[in-house]
Design a protein around this ligand. Structure first.
Ligand SMILES: Cc1ncc(COP(=O)(O)O)c(C=O)c1O
Length: 467
């Protein structure tokens, strides 16, 4: 979802009533955005926070809500880029963080919480025979690829077009542009060409490459499909990849940065019945704090192990990292994963998103709009039919009949305007008008959200943006 980093903004517009109302309702955000522009590139810290005329400045958050510095309340579906399945400031997480903060934020030493954190992961993800903590999902996928190269002695990574795995050099082309494999600005061509792109869902194409080439170290994917299933993939694809990779001695890496502990408590791998060689976790794994992990087969993670590498006569893979497994993130991660293991939080979040998808589709049908809400578990996507494909009906929509550029694309002006209209009606969606639900969203919040989408659609119609 929004985490994929591509911003959609409203191209500078001055005579829109929606833009004028947004400016009027959020004057202090506007002022801060002006100041930020002189300090931070585009005034922001993450590409997906780019919004025209400017993004909101948030002062505080609790449960499913956040409040901007002008005092406006929003039902939050950005969900901390997917990190907040328990909502904002869950009391158990906040308490654990406060305790850890009081005990010290950086020991430069081992600490008991890192063991408990790894155990909490292993409890939900049995394939996590060994765990190595990193500070971000980007670092986790970087480490997974490095381990795969060192383990197999092969140098080329196979990725799927549109799948996002963070922003390091092997991953920056082919998720929103550069689908031809050329490097993005600042990346070496020699690095980009060692990460080849295949159309998602095409097992035949993968099989042909693995038959032909002996240099593939690993296949990495977002198992439910690009951007939390915005371009969906089913279990059979992952199962097919598992068979192919086993046959060819290639490692299978599940990027569970979003799906981990969300698609099911045990992630996509539990839902699909597939045991990957390596898994990358971030977001939920650290309970809303910065933190991530690469986890998986002992014999692969043994490459990080001083003793095992020495015994095997192999060069160890190095891995420093000042904030790896920092105790405050560990405390949040343990609290969050324990809640997920011991309560129905995961199912509650999924139930809310199910209600929302159904309600939005009923609304779209009523409004006669050939769009559709879709998605799985605790997420929802909004298909805005950018190519005006005939025959789209919200109640029968099947995203598998659409191409990636239709599902991920959108009329930037329309989508940006709709996002502002949703904000004006108290809903913070992601930049593509979808989002994540948490266990703290209530059924009433879903009713209010559907009303906000209705009002936003009417505002767009008022500006002749929609037929
Ligand atoms: C599927 C996926 N992989 C990797 C990442 C990178 O994680 P991070 O932002 O923690 O570096 C993200 C971030 O949104 C993601 O969605």
């Amino acid at each position: 979802m929004a985490q994929a980093g591509e911003a959609i903004g409203v191209p500078g517009e001055t005579n829109s009533r929606i833009v004028a109302a947004y400016r009027q309702r959020t004057p202090r955000s506007g002022e801060l955005a002006g100041e930020a522009a002189s300090l931070l590139p585009s005034g922001i810290a993450h590409d997906s926070r780019h919004l025209d005329p400017y993004g909101l400045y948030i002062e505080r958050a609790a449960g499913p809500y956040k409040w901007d510095i002008d005092g406006n309340r929003y039902i939050d579906f950005f969900g901390g880029h997917g990190a907040l399945i328990l909502g904002h400031c869950h009391p158990k997480v906040t308490e654990a963080v406060a305790r850890a903060l009081g005990e010290g934020t950086q020991f430069g030493s081992n600490h008991p919480r890192e063991i408990a954190w790894a155990r909490a992961i292993q409890r939900l993800v049995p394939a996590a025979e060994r765990v190595r903590f990193t500070s971000s999902g980007t670092e986790a996928t970087l480490m997974a690829v490095r381990l795969a190269r060192a383990f197999t002695g092969r140098d080329t990574l196979l990725r799927f077009a549109g799948h996002f795995h963070g922003w390091h050099d092997h991953m920056s082309h082919g998720y929103s542009d550069h689908f031809d494999g050329t490097p993005t600005a600042g990346v070496l061509a020699g690095v980009a060409e060692k990460a080849i792109l295949v159309p998602p869902g095409d097992l035949g194409a993968v099989a042909a490459i693995l038959d032909r080439r002996r240099d593939i170290c690993a296949i990495i994917l977002e198992p439910t499909g690009s951007t939390f299933g915005q371009v969906p993939l089913d279990a059979a694809f992952s199962q097919g990849l598992r068979e192919l990779t086993e046959r060819h001695g290639v490692l299978l890496i599940f990027d569970e940065v979003v799906t981990g502990f969300r698609t099911s408590r045990g992630g996509a791998q539990a839902a699909f019945g597939v045991r990957p060689d390596l898994s990358c976790f971030a977001k939920i794994v650290a309970g809303g704090m910065p933190g991530a992990a690469v986890a998986g087969r002992k014999d692969v993670l043994d490459l990080l192990d001083f003793e095992a590498s020495a015994a095997a006569g192999r060069e160890k893979v190095g891995h420093p990292g000042t904030f790896n497994a920092n105790p405050v993130s560990a405390a949040a991660g343990i609290a969050c994963l324990t809640m997920l293991a011991e309560t129905d939080a995961n199912d509650v979040a999924a139930a809310r998103a199910g209600e929302l998808r159904a309600g939005l589709n009923a609304l779209l049908a009523e409004e006669g709009l050939p769009w559709a809400a879709y998605g799985t578990t605790s997420g929802f996507h909004l298909f805005t039919n950018p190519k005006h494909r005939p025959g789209i009906h919200p109640l029968t929509f099947d995203p598998k009949t659409c191409a990636m550029d239709e599902l991920k694309g959108g009329d930037k002006r329309l989508v940006g305007r709709m996002r502002l209209a949703l904000l004006l009606n108290g809903v913070d969606s992601n930049p593509r008008l979808g989002g994540f639900t948490s266990a703290t969203h209530s059924a009433g919040d879903m009713v209010d959200t559907i009303a906000a989408y209705r009002a936003a659609i009417h505002m767009l119609r008022g500006e002749n943006e929609l037929s």
